[in-house]
Design a protein around this ligand. Structure first.
Ligand code: BTN
Length: 249
């Protein structure tokens, strides 16, 4: 088995746990290795964005996975991570987080967790994946710059209570390990259903910003590869492989 998080490196301050993990991965660290930082000075988000990572208030961590899978499975692993973190947050805090495709976790429209998966491949196979997970756990409104307050929130701000980070990390690792086993044994089907049940966009009108312009339609679900399927106004079924989803038409 994988024993996610049993090999653990705790760091006080780093630029980004993604960089730290890349070094360990290249040195041959085993699957399931985990790096957690108290603070990141250049936390990274998707699409070249920055990730606010103040000391002691959040979970800033990177997990190494070495699945023996083709590179084309990487999007499915991304979705699996979102399901695992979403389930852990709900179970530990009772906060009603939902998933925005592919792997943002939102509470009432505000982002509480972001996931960045970086895959390194060789000959069409995944050599390793680094799953970077950032959860705004105990941040207070004053920890956010004003422009972020409108779009971001923390578990503490939503629940009114401090959340024990160690407990939540443990729950995330357990969920990840459980769902990963399910995925290896039964394929993407069961994960796909769990994802759809936690999605906040299913059946709703959305706009997807893509490199080739905006696409509007009703979110229908996931296709077997993990792409987002939507039905456009003229009834066409469109698969989205990358882009930024916004609620509303
Ligand atoms: C996103 O929503 O854009 C993804 C954010 C991912 C943030 C996490 S925090 C731990 C890991 N280290 C990083 O630099 N980024 C990820």
């Amino acid at each position: 088995t994988n024993s996610f998080g049993r090999r653990l490196k705790l760091i006080d301050v780093t630029t980004s746990t993604q960089e730290e993990m890349r070094l360990l991965a290249e040195q041959g660290a085993p699957s399931g290795s985990l790096i957690i930082a108290e603070e990141q000075t250049s936390g990274r988000g998707r699409q070249g964005r920055k990730w606010l990572s103040p000391p002691g208030k959040g979970i800033w961590m990177s997990l190494l996975l070495r699945p023996e899978l083709p590179l084309t499975c990487a999007p499915q692993l991304t979705l699996l991570c979102a399901v695992a973190v979403c389930r852990a947050i709900r179970a530990v805090t009772g906060v009603d987080a939902g998933i925005k495709w592919p792997n943002d976790l939102l509470v009432q429209g505000r982002k509480v967790c972001g996931i960045l998966i970086e895959s390194v491949g060789e000959d069409e196979l995944i050599r390793y994946c680094i799953a970077g997970i950032g959860i705004d756990v105990n941040l207070e409104p004053e920890d956010y710059p004003p422009e972020l307050l409108a779009i971001a929130t923390s578990l503490k701000m939503e629940s009114g209570q401090d959340c024990n980070r160690a407990v939540l990390i443990g729950a995330v690792m357990n969920e990840l390990e459980k769902l990963y086993e399910l995925y290896v044994e039964q394929g993407f089907g069961p994960i796909c259903h769990l994802w759809e049940a936690l999605s906040i966009t299913m059946g709703k009108e959305i706009t997807v910003k893509t490199a080739r312009g905006d696409i509007q339609g009703i979110a229908e679900g996931l296709d077997p590869s993990g792409a987002l399927t939507l039905i456009s106004k003229d009834g066409q079924r469109i698969n989205i492989y990358s882009g930024e989803v916004q609620l509303g038409g």
